[in-house]
Design a protein around this ligand. Sequence first.
Ligand code: SF4
Length: 459
Amino acid sequence: MAPSRLPSPLYVPSASGGLALLRKYAGPVPRYTSYPTADHFIDNLAALRPASLVTQDNRPGAGPLSLYVHLPFCRSYCWFCDCAHIITTDQGAAEGYLDDLAREIALTGRLMDAARTVTQLHLGGALPTFLSAAQLRRLGRILHAAFKFDADAEIAVEIDPRYLEVGQVDALCEIGARRASIGIQDTDPAVQMAIQRVQPPAMNERAVTLLRNAGFTSINIDLVHGLPKQTVSTFARTLDDVLGLGPDRLSVFGHTPVSESESPGRVSDEQGLLPGLDERMRMQVLARERLLAAGYVNLGMDHYARPRDELAIAARSGGLQRNFQGYGTRAGASVYGFGISAISSSPDGYRQNHTSLSAYRDALARGELPVARGWRLTEEDRRRRTLIMKLMCEHRLDFEALSRELGVDVKGTYAKELDSLTEFEADDILHRTDRGIEITDTGLPFLRVVAARFDAYLK
Ligand code: SF4
């Protein structure tokens, strides 16, 4: 499975179609992994009542559980990153953190209905493979002792090819992991130097081979456009390289530059190394054209999958769900996040843990859920969340079915929002009839722009 290292011809996407629409609809719009989005969460815990958000979730007929575990340790800092992370080379730090996770899981478990089955587990970070094989096995024991896993539970792990040993892959398999998401970002050496993350192609090939040989059935690759020193041509080579690895899914995220004062150390534009907005849009169009030409389907925005991948099948059958890890296939599950910064979601709202390890530990030492902020959904929030998630996951709104589900006349109640979609119709982003609206293939990259019209909090 050697990836192609042949240089791509200089690629110049057409200025029509996707590029023109990207230019027209450029601007900051949430990715809607929640509604309301996390920047609206409140830190008034007396109003939030985090423990009752858990107990209220034990309603009869409640759906299954989707677990997320945030493993925050990294050995070095990559300059594009905005994940909650702790830089250290002391592997012993993970032992204390596993104690914390066991405490948090036990505290939460006392409030939860233990009969609910886990259909999904995502080990994320930062860097899950900061943990040694023995530490990963201990994490698996903690989780499997606390929860009842479905035989078909989808267990996924984020992988950094720079830190992956055979023993760790074996331990992940023992936990039940069969899905991996590999962070590659860009394969160009100059770009890698600029983001302080040197990861030669041979490392990526080795990681994919190790995972495939161990029985991992689905491999996702994360790319990032908008990094320093990236050009359309270098990004074309990156796409060739990763397509050579044969991933089942790809995500092509955009880097959001920040100022040095906002986030010291993160990639900023102060050295003038970042590609301009137009160049970034060309990279987006290029990625879409290359991936569609290679046989992948667009699941929405910048997520792609092979047509026979579970995500693509779920997208066709209405089984896609959206949460803080992106798109998943287990619709209807409540998300329980553990570890610093982790976000949980249930039909009544969201709760996010402390991002600082000391505040997280202090709360656990007091015997409290380590929640720092969150949101309790109002009836109106719930309705708008449903509309937004239907657009993001099913790419359509069926007015009659939604009116029955939400208990309001959708066409009348949201007439202003629906009227505002006229320009999208004119741009072939969606089709509208008396019965509903449907996003077109052209409109898939613009899902969040359409969804934003139903966001009552967006200024
Ligand atoms: S990209 Fe991953 S490994 Fe790099 S700093 Fe961020 S979380 Fe750590």
